[in-house]
Design a protein around this ligand. Structure first.
Ligand SMILES: [Zn+2]
Length: 624
């Protein structure tokens, strides 16, 4: 087996020789002092074992000193997904040799292999990587397909992140390849990466996928779909094309040669990960049942596609060049993710893929969800961004009380900024101008932006000092309910609950009330479990815990449905008796129910909105 792969390797090296020479020449033109010829071959001879086989060859470029030892580093995370995933834990069967002579090696820490290269100018390593976790940021190989992120598979030589490399893929029989990497002309199944950031930014799908193509402004886009589903291919392609066209027209140019959407359809999957000229998406295979299903899909596509500008090119301070060996901290994920989510939804509205009423309902729900998170008092949008690695990506039963999502609050902050800028400039400028300015003034000038830069650009476009807004609502933890209606009035809108304006005090009208407990429950088989207890609620203050198993309410058996119904029949101030198993002990708690306003948040148009207010509303939502 190993010998057969070595033979293959020798053929591969011969095939690559001309490519490597070309590649080195290109590098020396760009003046990279560390350039070497690096190539990878990824094979999958037994897909059902979930083992991807990697051969890496390194050739020291002429004029450079051959080292006595070289460290090969496996990334511990992949950009866009802010969690240390320890990809190195899936590496096995590592070996190194030069011309068939084994080289000694040792691990010097969890993710670095030190190879005693003893001054040789050409050497290579082989290893295998176990890949059995399908998500947009991990890898999976099985008898149906292969999908991987190169950061989870390929090592880089220490100090050579800037080096170019060649990736050759040997697919299983009958499978084809999709990746955003450019192919090497004349070399089958072979791709080129100008540096390791590009290599790690380019996921690969190898399978018998379906493909749907379209062009925007003459630039080719393809949707690659692995897995069956109930989508209409024509509708899916048309809607993706509309999203691409809308976002391209906002930024005014296309900064890539081609774009690949890799979509996995499974019974229970979701999410996306952004890249420079591709994205990996997961979606429920039967999720295209109705318009709402397509709206969710469109929003996912619009989010990941928007990232090709916001975060992949318009980059916050710490996000590129990346350190692949540890956490990369930034306070601006609320911009990178939250404002991207804002555009994901507002662009689908502007592209005509959802109605303005549905859009306002979505926003009202987002507002309500944030108001039900006690964690909003504990952490600001900037703090949540900074702690993504230990909070958003590592949720537990206390998360509702200790954190907020910088996606959700960031989306609301994006909307508040957009409407403020439109109101202050009579709809001449908008958050679109902020994004375009960041693109031209930072990305195109080779700079990343800081939190201070972002505020300054917003102020420049708005023509106003926004220090109060940023200090209270972005860096601070002030309630957004204090400001919604001050901002909404610019677009002739009001935020209300039960007809009462939010943040404006009581209007004296009678508020419909309902009894309120404050524990979230989930039914698992015949067990009704408490999943979260929200801080400050009757459940929290009077003793219930997450992971309590509720066995009875007022002495009677209940399910998730009957539990909610029985609470709804109560009045605020009523006492209920909740019997739970806590660990192994049966206990009963007497809990006095609290009060909730019995109505959802709604964003409603003002009856007598002025022409100016209506113009801002129409401009905001793209209504002609
Ligand atoms: Zn995102």
């Amino acid at each position: 087996m190993i010998n057969m792969r070595r033979t293959l390797y020798l053929i591969v090296v011969q095939l690559f020789l001309s490519v490597l020479v070309t590649s080195s020449a290109t590098l020396s033109q760009t003046g990279n002092p560390n350039s070497s010829g690096i190539s990878f071959t990824v094979s999958m001879s037994k897909p059902w074992t979930h083992l991807l086989e990697v051969e890496m060859s390194i050739k020291v470029a002429a004029g450079l000193n051959a080292l006595n030892e070289t460290d090969l580093v496996m990334p511990v995370w992949t950009p866009g997904s802010y969690l240390i995933r320890e990809f190195e834990r899936h590496v096995q069967d590592f070996a190194a040799d030069a011309n068939g002579r084994a080289l000694d090696w040792t691990k010097i820490n969890k993710n670095i292999w030190r190879v005693k290269t003893n001054g040789v100018r050409a050497w290579h390593v082989v290893y295998r990587v176990y890949a059995n976790e399908l998500s947009v940021r991990t890898s999976e190989l099985n008898s149906d397909h292969a999908f991987w992120n190169n950061a989870a598979l390929l090592m880089y030589p220490e100090g050579q992140i800037g080096a170019s490399s060649i990736l050759r893929i040997v697919p299983a029989s009958g499978w084809k390849i999709a990746t955003g990497l450019p192919p090497v002309v004349g070399e089958k199944n072979t791709f080129r990466a100008e540096n390791f950031d590009i290599l790690y930014d380019s996921p690969v799908e190898v399978s018998n996928f379906k493909e749907f193509d379209f062009q925007v402004r003459g630039v080719p886009h393809r949707i690659v779909i692995d897995g069956e589903g109930n989508y209409d291919p024509v509708r899916l392609r048309n809607e993706v094309q509309k999203i691409v066209a809308a976002e391209v027209s906002m930024f005014g140019e296309i900064p890539y040669h081609d774009y690949t959407f890799i979509l996995h359809l499974r019974s229970n999957t979701g999410g996306g990960l952004e890249h420079l000229n591709s994205t990996a998406l997961g979606f429920r295979r039967f999720g295209f049942l109705n318009d709402e299903g397509y709206r969710r899909f469109d929003s996912l596509v619009a989010h990941e596609f928007f990232h090709l500008w916001n975060v992949k090119r318009i980059r916050p301070d710490a996000l590129g060049p990346f350190d692949y060996t540890k956490e990369n901290y930034t306070r601006s994920l609320w911009v990178a993710e939250g404002i991207t989510e804002y555009y994901a939804n507002v662009i689908t509205r502007r592209a005509g893929l959802t109605s303005d009423t549905a859009y306002l309902e979505h926003f009202a729900q987002q507002i309500q969800d944030l108001q039900e998170m006690p964690g909003r008092h504990e952490i600001s949008a900037e703090e949540a961004s900074f702690d993504a690695w230990i909070k958003l990506y590592r949720p537990d039963e206390n998360s509702v009380n200790s954190q907020i999502s910088y996606y959700d609050k960031g989306e609301l902050l994006g909307m508040l900024l957009d409407l403020q800028i439109r109101t202050r400039t009579n709809n001449v400028k908008s958050l679109d101008d902020v994004m375009r300015s960041l693109y031209t003034e930072f990305y195109q000038k080779g700079r990343n932006y800081t939190p201070e830069d972002f505020q300054r650009v917003c102020e420049l476009i708005a023509g106003a000092n926004l220090e109060q807004f940023f200090s209270r609502y972005v860096r601070g933890r002030d309630e957004l309910t204090l400001i919604y209606n001050q901002v909404f009035i610019g677009a002739g809108l009001r935020l209300q609950q039960a007809g009462i304006e939010i943040g404006m005090g009581s209007s004296g009208s009678v508020v419909p009330q309902k009894a309120f407990l404050g524990a979230d429950v989930e039914q698992t088989a015949d067990r009704l479990m408490i999943t979260h207890v929200r801080a400050g609620t009757p459940a929290y203050e009077q003793g219930l815990n997450a992971n309590d198993q509720i066995v009875a309410l007022d002495g009677m058996r209940i399910t998730k449905e009957t539990f909610a119904q029985r609470i709804a029949e109560k009045k605020p101030g009523d006492v209920i008796h909740v019997t739970v198993f806590r660990f192994d002990d049966l206990r009963t708690f007497d809990i006095r129910l609290g009060m909730h306003i019995d109505a959802p948040y709604r964003i409603v148009p003002m009856p007598n909105a002025s022409e100016e207010q209506q113009r801002i509303y129409r401009g905001w939502l793209g209504i002609s």
